[in-house]
Structure formats: structure tokens, C-alpha cells
Write a protein that binds this ligand. Structure first.
Ligand SMILES: Nc1ncnc2c1ncn2[C@@H]1O[C@H](COP(=O)(O)OP(=O)(O)OP(=O)(O)O)[C@@H](O)[C@H]1O
Ligand SMILES: [Mg+2]
Length: 400
């Protein structure tokens, strides 16, 4: 048995911090692998959507690692709101493409130096740029620019004997086309360019990952995206996998969790991965401080209040505090509405402003990724258990 007092906390609550044991994503991993194998005859595009903290980013990292293991080259980035214009999405793709070209060229140079032979690389990509260009004759200059960058990268990747190039964009829900014809259409631009290359069976894939609004944004951008992407909804874990997420990190640590504690954590966290990591980390620290090697019910009782305090600070408070005072007032008012879903009609009844005001603010809250629209007049929060949090927050404000 290792000395627990000196070993590191095996839980990883955080944003994009990979857990020691990635639970319950086998089906997605398997399908992802099959998609890559079927490329380029079938386009390797995947859309991963889910709520805050369900584990999209760590899954994306895992898929990246697996794809690289299958001989693909991946460029993974987190999209920022500033990328949401035609020119900056083009710049982003250019930057990623050129970095990839440098990466393959350097690797080949090193290999050739080691092997002492300048083996001529084979080129599989026989499709010339002209052929691709023809397929979007109707598209504009920006589309041609972005497609040319994609093409050059794929050709280089192929020349250096990799299976293909995978562009992986996290937080992709921030890319949204303007409804105005003369506005910015970064999402359409990217999709149309990738589609043009894939129609010529070039080995390129697009993995888009983000909040549930990503799906609607894609559909609005191009109607054919429903067929172009394989959709994967990343949700909370099933109960047996939630148990694994909680118990597996304890393996070989000499620390054990009582069955009652396991079921309580599973119930309390509602099988949401981030919460499981947070509960685990807090229990571990408490056990270490108490000098015990069991997670017992009394131990959990003694820290439960503190866990919620930590949860509010680490996971929720920032989301509310980043909003304007008017947005904060509105979101706090929703604590008193029935949920789920959140109906704008219920919100009107609880604040002094009219319907137009509520709609505008809900639009802004959607843009900021706090809520997402499920249908006309109905929304859901993007963070799990957010309604309970808002109730805790309003209670706290009232007792102050
Ligand atoms: N399958 C899993 N098994 C165990 N732990 C997980 C799993 N998925 C995620 N986690 C843990 O949950 C936390 C959140 O993961 P991650 O940051 O990937 O979520 P996310 O969906 O990207 O959240 P956000 O929408 O806020 O970006 C991390 O601490 C991670 O270690
Ligand atoms: Mg993430």
C-alpha cells in the first residue's frame, strides 16, 4: 500500500483536464475510429455536443490521440469569439495548416537524417487544385482562399505519408453566420470549403465540438450539414460508468470508498463527470487531512457543505458574474421559474419588463452560452444543475 499522505490527489476537477480514467465513452471512441477508417471515400466529419462540464474537451483530446495513433495529423484548437468573421476564420485555418506543414516537413527531415537516406516521398493526392476549385465555381474569393489553404495542407500531409488531416475545433458554437446576406459567414465558409475537398475524396476531416447550439448553427449555415456530420451527443454518464469514474482513480492508492458513499456520490452528482471529479477530490483531501484511508459517510457528511461552496465558486459563480447587471437580474429571476424547460412566458410574469425585453436578453444569454433555445419561447441552461445553483445563490443573497 502506498503512503496515501504523500501521494497525489487522483481526481482531476477542472476544464479540459484529462481524468486518470476516462469513463463511458467507448461507443463514441469506436464510432470515431470507424469514421476515420472509412475516409476519404466517406467524409470524416463529427459533431460532438453537450452541456458544460460533461467532458467534451477531454474526449476531444482522447480522440485526437487515437487519430494520431491511426496515422492522422490533427490540429486541435479552442475557437474564440474573435474568430467569428470570414477573415479571422480564414486566418485561423491558415495558421493551423501552415503549422501542420512545418510539423510534417521537420519530422521527415529528422527521419531522413536518422535513416541517412533521402527517400522520395510518394504522393497519393492526385486531385489537382484545379479540380477542387471547379466544384465551388459559384463560391466567393474567401471560400477559394480557405479551400486553397486546406488543400495545400492536405497535400503536404499526404506527401509525408500521413493518413490525412483532422481539424478539431472546440467551443465551435461560437461560430455563427450572420442572417444578413452581406454579413459574416464564417461557419458556411469553413464547411463549404471542407465539403469541396471531401467531394474530391481528399483525406481531410472536421471535428466540431461545443454546446448544443452548435447543431442549430450548422443547420442554419448549410442545410446539408445534417448529412455531412456524424452527430454524437455527449451527456452525463450511465450509472455503472459514473461508479467507474469515481472508483477507478482510487485503484492502487490504498484508499477505498464505502459502497454507501459511492451511491451517494453517484446520486448527488447525477453522473455528471465534472461533479464526480470534484466530489472525489474533496473526499481525498478530507481523508488525507483526517489521516484515514476510507471514504466513509461521516467523512462525506463533514465536507458536503464545503463541496457545494467550492462547486459554486469554481463552476458557477464566474458564469453569472461575467454577465451585465441586467442579464444577471434576469438569470437570477429564472431561479423562481419552473424548470425544465425555461419558458419566456414564466419569466415575464416574474419581472417588471415586457416580452421584448425578455426576448432580447435571452438572445444575449444564448450568445454567451449561458442558455440555449430548444424551441420558440423555451430554453435550457447550458450548465447542468444550474437551476439548483441559482436557487442557492438567491437564497444566499436574501440572507445577507
Ligand atoms: N468520461 C469521463 N470520465 C471521468 N471524468 C471525466 C470524463 N469526462 C470528463 N471528465 C472530467 O470532467 C471535467 C470536465 O471535463 P471537460 O473540461 O472536458 O468538459 P467540457 O464538456 O469540455 O466542459 P465545457 O463545456 O465547460 O468546456 C474534467 O475535470 C474531466 O477530468
Ligand atoms: Mg470544454
Amino acid at each position: 500500500m502506498t503512503d496515501m499522505l504523500s501521494s497525489r490527489n487522483p481526481y482531476r476537477p477542472g476544464a479540459g483536464v484529462s481524468p486518470l480514467f476516462l469513463a463511458g465513452r467507448d461507443d463514441t471512441q469506436r464510432r470515431f475510429k470507424a469514421i476515420l477508417t472509412a475516409s476519404p471515400e466517406l467524409p470524416a466529419n463529427v459533431r460532438l455536443t453537450g452541456l458544460r462540464g460533461v467532458g467534451k474537451t477531454v474526449l476531444l483530446k482522447d480522440l485526437e490521440e487515437k487519430a494520431e495513433g491511426q496515422g492522422w495529423l490533427c490540429s486541435r484548437v479552442q475557437v474564440q469569439p474573435r474568430h467569428n468573421t470570414d477573415s479571422s476564420i480564414t486566418d485561423l485555418v491558415t495558421e493551423l495548416g501552415r503549422a501542420t506543414v512545418r510539423r510534417v516537413s521537420n519530422a521527415t527531415r529528422v527521419r531522413q537524417a536518422v535513416e541517412g537516406a533521402a527517400t522520395a516521398a510518394l504522393e497519393h493526392v492526385r486531385v489537382a487544385w484545379r479540380d477542387v476549385e471547379l466544384s465551388f465555381a459559384a463560391g466567393g474569393d474567401s471560400e477559394r482562399d480557405i479551400a486553397k489553404e486546406l488543400y495545400d495542407t492536405v497535400a503536404a500531409v499526404d506527401r509525408h505519408r500521413h493518413r490525412g488531416w483532422l481539424l478539431m475545433l472546440d467551443e465551435a458554437q461560437v461560430l455563427r453566420d450572420d442572417t444578413d446576406r452581406n454579413g459574416s459567414h464564417p461557419l458556411s465558409l469553413l464547411i463549404a470549403a471542407v465539403n469541396a475537398l471531401q467531394e474530391k475524396e481528399l483525406p481531410i476531416g472536421l471535428t466540431l465540438c461545443g454546446l448544443p447550439t452548435l447543431r442549430t448553427n450548422l443547420l442554419k449555415a448549410r442545410t446539408y450539414t445534417e448529412r455531412m456530420f456524424r452527430g454524437e451527443e455527449i451527456g452525463r454518464l450511465a450509472e455503472p460508468q459514473a461508479v467507474e469514474a469515481f472508483v477507478r482513480p482510487l485503484e492502487d492508492t490504498g484508499v477505498e470508498a464505502d459502497p454507501d458513499v459511492v451511491s451517494r456520490v453517484v446520486r448527488e452528482t447525477e453522473c455528471y463527470p465534472y461533479f464526480i471529479q470534484l466530489w472525489g477530490a474533496a473526499l481525498w483531501d478530507a481523508a488525507r487531512d483526517a489521516g484515514v484511508v476510507r471514504f466513509s459517510e461521516p467523512l462525506l457528511d463533514s465536507i458536503e457543505k464545503e463541496i457545494y461552496r467550492q462547486l459554486d465558486i469554481d463552476f458557477y459563480d464566474g458564469r453569472v458574474e461575467a454577465l451585465t447587471p441586467a442579464e444577471q437580474d434576469l438569470i437570477l429571476a429564472t431561479a423562481r421559474c419552473p424548470y425544465p424547460p425555461l419558458r419566456t412566458a414564466d419569466i415575464h410574469e416574474r419581472i417588471e419588463h415586457g416580452a421584448g425585453y425578455v426576448n432580447v436578453l435571452m438572445g444575449r444569454l444564448t450568445e454567451q452560452g449561458v442558455v440555449f433555445r430548444i424551441q420558440k419561447g423555451q430554453y435550457e441552461y447550458t450548465a447542468p444543475k444550474f437551476h439548483e445553483y441559482l436557487k442557492r445563490r438567491t437564497d444566499r443573497l436574501q440572507t445577507r
